[in-house]
Write a protein that binds this ligand. Structure first.
Ligand SMILES: Cc1cc2nc3c(=O)[nH]c(=O)nc-3n(C[C@H](O)[C@H](O)[C@H](O)COP(=O)(O)OP(=O)(O)OC[C@H]3O[C@@H](n4cnc5c(N)ncnc54)[C@H](O)[C@@H]3O)c2cc1C
Length: 370
């Protein structure tokens, strides 16, 4: 197949993986990312699966696999903070932002355009047309939607485009290991869980923001899943700046009185170790839990990858590996296919069942732990 002009909407991990692999195969690739600053220093822990290790090798950052923090044991606490169950189950965590920064560095200047928001994409005769928020347009042989949970690229190929709220959010914190209070020391070095109806918490250590894995230089990542009524979500996701976010409330936007309530609730409902870790976070964030399953992952000249195609519950820890698997499959089919139509058809045939299966698995995990 002749080299294609490929434009990717969304420059998080799925978009970066795609740009690196397809650019290396000779395609003319450019990413448009709406954020004007990129995501260095954002994100938290990432539990890598097989496809992530494969992707690290493909993009030439396999050294990151040895910059992970290993939790040897998985522990389940009871409400009083006693260890109800302990299992030897070594599990590595790497950090999302280190992987993001390493991948972004792999792209030539000019191929990763920040601060460029796409409003809509539509398929014309034998091209896809990108409509930017400043009113300009551009044509491409293939547009890849890597634009996540609120994807606008979905609209070029699917009737149903909106992600649906699952009724709960993940409160998240990421604190320097040295700020983890002594009352929470049991959590350090283990993959810890507390599972109770409506209150599911977990936590683990991840590398420091520059990939540090030395004791004392790592960060502690906690997650607390809690129900928020759909009618209250907009108020819950209105930040200190007054902006109402659709899918999450970023760090720095949680009003102090809401943080204090979170800390007080943690003392009421969680084991003391998790309550102490939550109290130590001055700038928590919240991620709404949403579902989306694309009816079609491809059109004639448009394709979806990562969360744009399937939003899966974070309990699976498979969002990034699914995105990596999508990109590897698309790269392979674009290499082998006789033409774009065949390559896209084979890509969808390969990945749609995987996306559905992981999405169903995530709902099942949520039902059993919340
Ligand atoms: C800042 C950030 C931090 C994250 N941290 C973690 C983490 O610590 N651990 C973890 O497991 N997962 C994390 N994730 C989620 C993880 O990246 C995804 O689950 C998975 O990798 C699939 O990602 P994605 O690239 O498909 O979608 P996403 O990561 O959601 O990225 C979508 C991208 O598209 C951009 N975008 C959206 N709409 C438009 C538009 N109209 N025009 C242009 N650009 C647009 C967004 O700004 C974003 O960069 C994070 C995501 C982000 C954005």
């Amino acid at each position: 197949m002749k080299p294609l002009r490929i434009r990717i909407v969304g420059g998080s991990l799925a978009g970066l993986f795609a740009a690196i692999l397809l650019g290396r195969d000779g395609h003319d690739v450019k990413i448009y990312e709406r954020s004007s600053s990129g995501f260095a220093g954002r994100g938290a822990g990432l539990v890598p699966q097989q496809e992530v290790f494969h992707m690290l090798r493909e993009i030439g950052v396999e050294h990151l696999a040895s910059f992970g923090v290993v939790a040897e044991d998985r522990i389940y606490l009871d409400r009083s903070g006693e260890v109800a169950r302990r299992m030897h189950m070594p599990q590595m965590q790497i950090s999302w932002d280190v992987l993001y920064a390493s991948a972004a560095e792999r792209l030539e200047a000019g191929r990763y355009v920040l601060g460029r928001k796409v409003r809509e994409v539509h398929e014309a005769q034998d091209v896809s047309v990108l409509h930017f928020s400043d009113g300009s347009t551009e044509e491409a042989d293939l547009v890849i939607g890597a634009d996540g949970v609120g994807s606008v690229v979905r609209g070029a190929i699917n009737r149903i485009t909106a992600s649906s709220y699952a009724g709960y959010v993940a409160w998240r914190g990421l604190i320097p290991e040295r700020l983890l209070p002594p009352a929470a020391s049991l959590l350090s070095g283990t993959f810890s869980f507390y599972v109770a109806r409506g209150n599911h918490a977990l936590g683990y250590l991840v590398p420091g923001s520059a990939g540090e894995i030395a004791k004392g230089a790592r960060r502690y990542n906690w997650v607390w899943y809690r129900f928020i009524d759909p009618a209250d979500l907009a108020a819950a996701f209105t930040g200190t700046s007054g902006e109402t976010y659709r899918f999450s409330l970023p760090r720095g936007e949680v009003p102090e009185e809401r943080r204090s309530l979170l800390v007080a609730d943690a003392e009421r409902f969680l084991p003391p170790q998790f309550a102490a870790a939550i109290a130590a976070e001055r700038t928590p964030s919240a991620q709404g839990i949403f579902d989306y399953e694309a009816e079609n992952m491809v059109g004639r000249t448009t394709a979806l990858i990562g969360d744009a195609a399937f939003v899966v519950r974070p309990h699976t820890a498979m969002g990034v590996s699914k995105a990596a698997g999508d990109v590897l499959s698309m790269r392979d089919h674009l290499r082998r296919g006789n033409d774009l139509a065949e390559a896209l058809r084979l890509y969808q045939a390969d990945r749609i069942a995987v996306g559905r299966e992981i999405a169903a698995y995530g709902r099942q995990l949520a039902a059993s732990s919340l």
